[in-house]
Design a protein around this ligand. Structure first.
Ligand SMILES: [Ca+2]
Ligand SMILES: [Ca+2]
Length: 276
């Protein structure tokens, strides 16, 4: 491994990878070792209860977080500028009940995600345990800033235009068409993210060429979606836990943060799980 590897050589690492006879157009070579919908109940009417105590399930300042959530997190339930996450990501008042397995073991199907906390595009530390217990699948979308198919997915999720998922193969006679991992029946994916049916979390990590939070912010500005946190796995903590060896790669958690699949390479398994 060399830290002197350039983005150009990174690009050359993008390849056609054979996965059990299925061609995966992606990128490989991880070498480093090292809100949507409002959370909680419906907003209250701001009047509080008869005895003057705020309704815990209300949202007196209308910032998307309930009075109880704000009291729990230490933000001001009467100040809309005081929020738990600028991104509006969910908050989980019972996350302490999740038994953190730690980072010693690698992921397996049914194992619980270790307590992963990472910086988002707003430069806030986001706790993935805040996404638990909402009855929604949580997609861990891992990639690097220079990975072309990762960008294709991000572009599609930004505006819903499936043509972003087209690519042109290396052979002249190969027609342009969707990436081999994309199927027509997945076309509801964009709407599922927009409607908050699932949580989509993009995780950008370092592979050979060091990156910083500016790269995460640039990604979010290029492919904006107010429903998608873009997190910086600065120490490749999550990436090494799975471990991810090529990208884009999708791993899905259930609402209890248990891995429904453990995939090191490619979006095939994750997409199939989202559309059973
Ligand atoms: Ca509030
Ligand atoms: Ca507030």
């Amino acid at each position: 491994m060399t830290k002197l590897q350039t983005p150009l050589t990174n690009l050359l690492a993008c390849a056609l990878l054979l996965l059990g006879g299925t061609t995966f157009i992606g990128c490989g070579g991880v070498t480093d070792s090292t809100n949507d919908e409002q959370p909680g109940e419906q907003p209250g009417d701001g009047e509080g209860t008869e005895d003057g105590v705020a309704d815990p399930n209300g949202d007196d300042d209308g910032d998307g977080y309930t009075n109880a959530e704000e009291d729990h997190a230490g933000t001001d339930p009467n100040d809309a500028d005081s929020v738990i996450y600028q991104g509006g990501w969910p908050y989980n008042m019972t996350k302490d009940t999740i038994e953190d397995p730690g980072w010693d073991d690698t992921a397996s199907v049914g194992s619980v995600l270790p307590h992963f906390i990472a910086m988002d595009q707003n430069e806030e530390m986001v706790d993935l345990y805040d996404f638990a217990f909402r009855g929604k699948k949580i997609v861990l979308d891992t990639g690097t800033p220079w990975c072309k198919p990762c960008k294709a997915i991000a572009a599609y999720l930004s505006d819903g235009d499936e043509s972003h998922l087209n690519w042109k193969g290396p052979n002249d006679d190969q027609p342009e068409g969707p990436y081999p991992w994309w199927k027509e029946e997945y076309s509801d994916l964009y709407q599922m993210v927009q409607d908050g049916d699932i949580y989509w979390i993009t995780i950008i990590f370092t592979e050979a060429t060091p990156i910083d939070i500016g790269d995460i912010q640039e990604w979010d500005e290029t492919y904006p979606n107010e429903h998608i946190p873009v997190l910086f796995d600065e120490d490749n903590e999550l990436v090494n836990h799975i471990p991810v060896t090529c990208y884009p790669t999708l791993n899905i958690l259930d609402e209890n943060l248990e891995f429904l699949n453990v995939t090191s390479c490619g979006p095939f398994d994750g997409l199939r799980l989202l559309f059973p």
